[in-house]
Write a protein that binds this ligand. Structure first.
Ligand code: GDP
Ligand code: ZN
Length: 460
């Protein structure tokens, strides 16, 4: 891929704000700026020093009409985000200013950037590898401090370092095999075969560890899909409100694919817990309440976690029992609410039909037991602490690659263990090597790269 043009995009969120930033990258950046920027005292823009700012106006060069009052910055290659020359124009916030400035740049030689194209250039120009670039999206979309920390570690190359270490190991194994094949004596093959098997097993352990982390990683990145189910009046809304209050903040509002769907994330001890709601749980009292038994099923099917709520002060009825039947093979926290009232519910039936699911008694009205629900969520999904000491696989693409690499290495080990000539294992080990390179981007196809960057927002 040859990069020879200069691209521009609005880099701040569209909408009202204090300032807006329009960004350009490419070798023509300063030249284009020079055409449209008039500085105070008419200083020559082409002489602008790297990493300095200038105050002035963006104008339409044909009419000299002033478009906005701005501060521009210039960063000279290669110590920039893209490793190319970068110009940033800080203007007044709001839709009009940024759009008109962008249009002016496009009229004077820049091309509109595609989504993620700035980061893609950073990758293509070798400043970051593919997994670091992918983490940039995660960073932008991080939902809690913990998910952000993991993304940040990945942008710094924590995952790449680990993968590169595994790739180096594979290369060494391949080199040993090659050397042994060239060596005339027979017994050397045995020795090398044993050592390659050992090294292979070490890599297998490391990859298995990464894959094991992947569920946690995915939850931290994408959130835990949670549904609160139970028949009307058991206290679902009250619980939701209590959770929201405790969490203090809804972390993000991301419009989903259908227009009405809003996904809300509550931060529960660092875990982004996503409560899916079709019309906004808080807007219309709640959806959970209206869904009844039939609709519950849909939610139960898609959820990672079900909080099943019962009213402890009432007898179980058929509706409760129908919901209980749907909960087989799901991760469930059973909540017996209204523990402040006399308990009449048939706990034996519950214990016998919801075997192995944790049961928590609450009085949501007084917020009793709510914290225990939170603790249980953490316990169910995170064995131990949520820390960023480990490398987390947060990305499905990475997990698939690791799974395939693992298969290849295991095949290679099997080949060696069954006494085949040692170079028979080379193919599998090479496959594993190439697979791992798809994480860092060393061995990845262009169309995959394109696909990854289209997930970005424009201007990043
Ligand atoms: P939902 O229909 O399942 O969403 O239930 P709500 O949250 O709307 O609660 C139904 C009624 O039960 C309301 O009047 C609540 O105040 C009451 N309620 C909720 N939790 C408790 C509780 O722990 N104890 C008592 N006594 N009442 C509760
Ligand atoms: Zn309700």
């Amino acid at each position: 891929m040859i990069i020879d043009d200069t691209i521009a995009a609005i880099s701040t969120a569209i909408g009202e704000g204090g300032i807006g930033i329009v960004r350009m990258t490419g070798e023509d950046s300063l030249n284009i700026l020079n055409k449209v920027f008039r500085s105070y005292k008419n200083k020559d823009t082409m002489n602008m020093k790297s990493y300095t700012l200038r105050y002035g106006h963006i104008v339409n060069p044909e009419t000299d009409e002033i478009i906005d009052e701005v501060i521009v910055s210039y960063m000279k290659a290669p110590n920039t985000y893209t490793r190319e020359d970068v110009v940033e124009i800080n203007c007044h916030g709001g839709m009009v200013a940024v759009k008109r400035i962008l249009a002016t740049l496009l009229n004077n030689g820049a091309r509109l950037a595609e989504p993620g194209e700035f980061t893609k250039r950073a990758f293509l120009n070798g400043r970051i590898d593919l997994s670091q670039a992918e983490a940039v999206i995660d960073l932008i979309r991080a939902k809690t401090d913990e998910s952000m920390k993991i993304a940040l570690e990945q942008t710094k190359g924590k995952l790449s370092t680990k993968i590169k270490h595994l790739m180096d190991k594979l290369l060494k194994m391949l080199a040993h095999i090659e050397a042994a094949v060239d060596f005339p004596e027979d017994d050397i093959e045995d020795v090398v075969s044993k050592s390659v098997i050992n090294d292979g097993k070490e890599i297998v352990t490391e990859i298995e560890g990464l894959i094991k982390n992947a569920e946690t990683g995915k939850l931290l990145r994408e959130g835990l899909n949670t549904a609160i189910v139970g028949k009307p009046n058991v206290g679902k809304s009250s619980l939701l409100n209590a959770l929201l209050e405790e969490a203090r903040a809804i972390v993000t509002d991301i419009p989903g694919t259908t227009r009405d769907v809003i996904e809300e994330y509550i931060n529960i001890k660092g875990i982004p817990v996503k409560i899916v709601d079709t019309a906004g749980i808080r807007k219309t009292e709640d959806l959970v309440e209206k869904i009844g038994v039939e609709k519950s099923k849909e939610y139960i099917d898609i959820a990672d976690l079900i909080i099943f709520m019962l009213d402890g002060s009432r007898e179980l009825d058929n509706e409760d029992k129908e919901i209980i039947k749907m909960l087989e093979n799901k991760r469930v926290i059973v909540v017996i609410n209204k523990s402040d009232l006399p308990m009449v519910i048939d706990m034996d039936y519950i214990k016998n039909n919801l075997i192995n699911h944790p049961i928590i008694y609450t009085s949501v009205n007084t917020e009793e037991g709510v914290e225990q629900i939170e603790d249980k969520i953490v316990e169910l999904f995170f064995k131990g602490d949520v820390t960023v000491k480990d490398v987390y696989i947060t990305n499905v693409r990475h997990k698939d690659i690791l799974t395939k690499a693992l298969e290849s290495i295991n095949k290679g080990i099997e080949t060696l263990s069954s006494g085949f000539p040692i170079d028979c294992a080379s193919i599998d080990l090479k496959d594993a090597y190439l697979k791992l390179g798809e994480i860092t981007g060393d061995t990845v196809a262009d169309d995959i790269i394109d696909k990854i960057f289209t997930e970005f927002c424009i201007g990043k």
